[in-house]
Write a protein that binds this ligand. Structure first.
Ligand code: FPP
Length: 247
């Protein structure tokens, strides 16, 4: 049965976040170096982006490089940065023609110059697009983001720009790198791991989690549709009781 046809278009998550995991294991299973898996992972990025657009998902956030990933072997880190530069440069026109806007979250100042320049160019070119936003989490760590937001707010308090007692969730939201982006309703993690790994810790307070054993290079459009169907089968209560939820 066609999964796409089973989807309820009145209940599509506005924002889906994905922890793309399993590239290394996938490559090793095929007897290849880890970078081979990352290369194939780009094909899954294309697929999932296509699927998200078909579903009219407004925001798709992909955990592409965590702050912790710098500790991986040098060749893998360099290979990932190179892959990122080549992919962005090669895809920007396609993204633009499809109405997709590229954004980043994370400490992008800490990325190599070539990568920063390519991202800056692609972000500018696609900035007017409104169809779907593809948000790449790069040099991202949720704890870094939360600490950074705290410092920004503290600075405003010290300067007398805001009152300590006026600090609320909205002010905190605005100080995060995801300001202007709604919280994800759905968080997907591939490869059978059941961890959050320092991803969007503030923003996933009420997200539904979907875990699958599928390794990222094998994750295709149909897998995204499965995740969305699973999400649609759940009742989101936000701390209320079932009877209080108006359908
Ligand atoms: C996790 O698999 C994957 C990553 C850390 C990198 C993801 C990067 C890509 C898919 C390619 C570049 C992306 C874009 C958006 C152009 P892993 O290496 O942790 O796998 P393992 O757990 O099996 O070792």
């Amino acid at each position: 049965m066609d999964l796409f046809k089973q989807i309820d278009f009145s209940n599509i998550p506005e924002h889906i976040a994905v922890i793309m995991d399993g590239n290394g294991r996938w490559a090793e299973q095929q007897g290849h170096e880890r970078l081979y898996g990352h290369n194939y992972g780009v094909e899954s990025v294309r697929e999932v982006l296509k699927g998200a657009k078909e579903l009219k998902v407004k925001y798709l956030t992909l955990y592409a490089f965590s702050t912790e990933n710098w500790s991986r072997p040098k060749e893998e880190v360099e290979g990932l940065m190179d892959l990122l530069i080549r992919t962005i440069a090669g895809e920007v026109d396609e993204l633009n023609s499809k109405g997709i806007r590229l954004m980043t979250i994370g400490d992008t100042e800490g990325l190599p110059e070539g990568c920063r320049n390519e991202l800056k160019r692609a972000i500018e070119i696609t900035s007017h697009n409104t169809e779907t936003s593809l948000i790449l989490a790069l040099n991202y760590s949720a704890r870094w983001e939360i600490l950074n937001a705290t410092k920004k707010i503290a600075e405003k308090v010290i300067k007398g720009e805001i009152d300590l007692n006026s600090i609320d969730a909205d002010i905190f939201d605005d100080a995060l790198t995801t300001a202007e982006i709604p919280d994800p309703e759905l968080l997907i993690r591939t490869s059978g791991e059941h961890r959050v790994s320092n991803f969007l810790l503030w923003q996933i307070a009420y997200s539904e989690f979907y875990f699958t054993d599928v390794l990222w290079p094998d994750f295709k459009k149909e897998d995204l549709f499965k995740a969305v169907l699973d999400y649609q089968s759940r009742e989101r209560r936000f701390g209320l009781v079932s009877a209080q939820i108006t359908k």
